[in-house]
Every structure is written in C-alpha cells, then in structure tokens.
Design a protein around this ligand. Structure first.
Ligand code: SDX
Length: 429
C-alpha cells in the first residue's frame, strides 16, 4: 500500500507522505502543503486534524479503548495508585519502588502554598466559582517561583516545577472549597497519601483529627486515574498551545483549567447533575427530555452524552457507572438521581437519533453522582476533574517542550471586507 497521498490542484499533482502510528492509524503529513501548493486546509474544531505525534495516550473511539503509555485504563483503575499513574504519564513507565518513593516524597514535601495566597482567596467574593479561583491561583504560582519562567527550561527547574504543581493543586482546590463554606483552611499533613491529604484539607477541621475513609479514598483514587489524560482534548490542546509560546507550566495549566471549565468539556459533570436535578424536579417523562435533546430548535443537549472520539461507550463511563453503584452501596446512600441517570441512559440508547450518531454516556455522565455521594458540592465537580487531569496536562506539556515543537499558530480563510479607502467621519452615513 502506497505511503504517499496524491492531491490534484488546478491540474497539477502533488504528493504528501502518509504516516502510520503505533496502532496503525493513518495520517497525511501536510506540513509542506502551503509551501508547495499555496493552499491551506480548513477543519473547524480540528475534527480531522492531528496537531502532534504523541506517545502518551491512545484512544480507539470506535472500540472504546483507552490506554496510558500502553496500559489499559481498566487495569490501571483497578490496580494502580494515582501517584503511579501520574509518574507513568509524565515519565513514560510505571515507577519501581525507589522511583515511586522519591516521587511521592518530593510531592509530599511541596504541598504548602505561600501564606500570601490566603489573601488572594480572601479577595474572592463568597460563592466565587472554584474553577475561577483555581485557574487564577495556578497562574499566580508562577509569580512565587520565577525560575519556572525560564524559557530555556533547565531540566532541574522543570522537574521541581512539575512536583510543586502536582503537590500544590490539591491544596489550592481545597482552599477554594473552604473559602466558599467559610471554614478554616487546613494545612497539608505529610503522613497521609496524596488523595488522603486532599480529603483531610477538604473535610478536616482544626478541632479534631480527620479520619480518612478508605472507601472514599479508593473511589477518589480511581476517579483521578480515570480523568488523568485523554490525548489531544480541548483543555490539553490548550495547555500545549500556550506552552508552545514558551509560557511557563503554571500559566499553561491555568489556561487548561479555564478550557476544562466549559460545559461542553469538563464542566459537563456539573451540568449533568443540574440536568438530572431538573428532570427530577419537573417530573416530566424522560422521553420529553430526549425529544428536546433531538430538537434542533431547542438549545438543550443531553449533558454527559456524546463524545468527539468515542462513538461507542466511553470505557471510563462504564467503570464509573459500576463504581457509582459500589460507592453508594458501601456508603449506604440511595440517590434517586442515579436511578434517573440509568433510566435516561436506557431510553437514549434505544433512540435511533442517539444510536445513529454514536451518542453514548461519556466520562461526565456518572462521575457527578459519585462526587455528590462523597459530599462534594456541584460547583467543585470540575475542580475534581482538573485534579485528575493534572498529570496528563503536565505530561503533554513536557512532551511538547522536549520535542521543541513549533509555536501553535493556525491559518484561516479570510471572509471579511476586501480593500477599501478610509471615509471621514462626517461622510459616513
Ligand atoms: C469531555 O475530547 C475529550 O477527550 C473530552 C473528554 C476528556 O476526557 O478530556 O472526554 C471530556 O469533555 C467529555 C464530553 C463532555 N461534554 C458533554 O457531555 C456535553 C454534551 N455533549 C456534546 O455537546 C457533544 O457530544 C460533544 C461536545 C462532547 C462532542 O461534540 P462534537 O464532536 O463536536 O459533535 P457535534 O456537536 O458535531 O454532534 C454531532 C451530532 C450533532 O447532530 P447533527 O448535526 O448530526 O444532527 O450529534 C448531536 C449534535 O447535535 N449531539 C447531541 C449531543 N452531542 C452531540 N445531541 C444531543 N445531546 C448531545 N449531548
């Protein structure tokens, strides 16, 4: 089979190389297209466009496959700790016990944030959305660690910046939560696991020793792993493009937090619960909601359904659905919203509109139900997504930096006014 693609433009034939990925995906390398033909391509939303070659995460949307550095998401979610998965994504292999001990210990000892940052939180209004606080605070970390701004990116500075960011993001996330509930900030405790420490900072109070519930710790460990990376999604592409200008890691990840916030992306987990609550409150038949989602004149979408890549079940949704049953059962919680979610899934997956378009539950459809059961407020759901996605953002930024990829600067097709002369103010109609 030919490893070149032929293009005929204005009667002239051009050849472009065809690349084959590790899992046999095919791509036409058009990096010389404009230079040789004067043409560009147009692909709104980059639905058919690869931005990079990456060795971090592999998705097969048709078959519902997700692997981090070759390991299946099912195995990692079942057998690994979040720290192991973070190391795997960032450094390329599962850590041995010494590597894991060093990585975990270094992160444990960078969990404190500068005391000045408390004054930043005090300045936010009560009820400020935690994602707005998180993106601001992550960007401001770069002001406390100016060596992170060094564009030539000394490897030691990068390593320290990576460990600081992984260590401090949970501290900042918990402070955002405490700001809105009006409770005192809890300082990190070094004798707890990464997830246990986050739980302590979220739900601990100075008056008593916080007891880490192993059921919740295990559920959060699994949820963070399931969210840890997802190849070139909207927020990860944002992190890579911002980092491609040689902006520092903190600013690049802050931009990723902002991109994730959107309800079409990570913000969907909050939107799903709000949708399910509305369905419960209104009590109308589920089919009427499905009909609204299919009605092009209605802006309502079935949140938590559909995916740019998965045209089959999102493997993470399958795992989270089972985890939701397990966690709610272990905690003795009966949440009617979970029943509504399952009924809605059943109705949608038998509706031709959804089946024809390959619209299945995605990672956000069931995750909010577990977060809710764990006592996490709805406006913190996307913060939880960001905490999980952090090692993926870092790994992708690091790969882009190490490969010295060019600054991201797409072209356009101009459709505006052609050249015209200036008109003096008193001559304008
Ligand atoms: C995440 O990219 C990633 O990897 C993201 C993510 C990650 O881990 O980083 O997986 C996390 O963002 C998951 C997605 C969370 N978002 C939602 O649940 C919001 C609801 N879903 C959609 O808005 C939508 O499905 C997207 C945004 C997820 C995907 O949109 P696409 O790929 O641009 O597809 P599209 O909007 O062009 O839809 C194709 C068709 C359209 O109908 P037709 O024009 O063909 O008639 O499907 C319809 C859409 O109207 N459609 C939906 C729908 N999603 C798509 N119709 C009703 N309800 C929906 N949820």
């Amino acid at each position: 089979m030919s490893d070149t693609a032929r293009l005929i433009l204005e009667g002239q034939e051009y050849e472009f190389p065809v690349l084959t990925g590790a899992e046999n995906e095919k791509a036409i390398d058009i990096s010389k297209l404009r230079g040789t033909t004067g043409y560009i391509t147009l692909d709104p939303g980059f639905k058919n466009t690869g931005s990079t070659q990456s060795g971090i995460t592999y998705l097969d949307g048709e078959n519902g496959i997700l692997r981090y550095r070759g390991y299946s998401i099912e195995e990692l979610a079942e057998k690994a700790s979040f720290m192991e998965v973070a190391y795997l994504l960032i450094y390329g292999d599962l850590p041995n016990s010494d590597q894991l001990a060093y990585f975990t210990d270094s992160i444990t000892h960078h969990t404190l944030v500068h005391e000045n940052m408390k004054r930043f939180f005090d300045a936010f209004p009560l009820g400020a959305h935690p994602m707005g606080m998180l993106s601001s605070m992550v960007a401001s970390l770069s002001t406390f660690y100016p060596e992170s701004q060094n564009p030539n990116r000394d490897i030691t500075d990068i390593e320290l910046t990576i460990h600081r960011l992984i260590a401090k993001m949970p501290t900042l996330a918990a402070q955002a939560y405490k700001h809105n509930v009006g409770l005192p900030t809890m300082y990190p405790k070094n004798n707890l696991s990464y997830v246990g420490n986050f739980m302590h900072m979220m739900w601990g109070v100075p008056a008593e020793d916080y007891e880490v519930d192993p059921i919740i710790e295990s559920a959060l460990n699994k949820l963070f792993i399931l969210h840890a990376d997802h190849e070139q999604n909207c927020s990860t592409s944002t992190v890579r493009v911002v980092g491609s200008s040689q902006a520092n890691l903190y600013s690049s990840v802050s931009a990723g937090v902002s991109a994730l916030w959107g309800p079409l992306h990570g913000g969907a987990n909050q939107a799903v619960i709000e949708m399910l609550e509305a369905i419960r409150a209104e009590g109308s038949p589920l089919q009427s909601w499905i009909d609204r989602a299919k009605d092009k004149t209605d802006s309502f979408r079935l949140m938590g359904f559909g995916h740019r890549v998965y045209k089959n079940f999102d493997p993470r949704a399958r795992i989270i659905k089972k985890a939701a049953d397990d966690v709610l059962g272990q905690l003795g919680i009966n949440d009617p919203v979970l029943d509504i979610a399952k009924q809605l899934e059943e109705v949608a997956l038998h509706d031709e509109y959804f089946v024809k378009r390959g619209l299945y539950p995605n990672v956000d459809f069931y995750s909010g139900i577990i977060y809710r059961a764990l006592g996490i407020p709805t406006d913190m759901f996307t913060v939880m997504f960001a905490l999980g996605r952090l090692p993926g953002w870092i790994a992708q930024w690091k790969e882009m930096t190490e490969n010295r990829e060019p600054i991201g600067r797409p072209r356009q097709v101009y459709t505006g006014a052609t050249q015209r002369d200036f008109v003096a103010l008193n001559n304008r109609s």
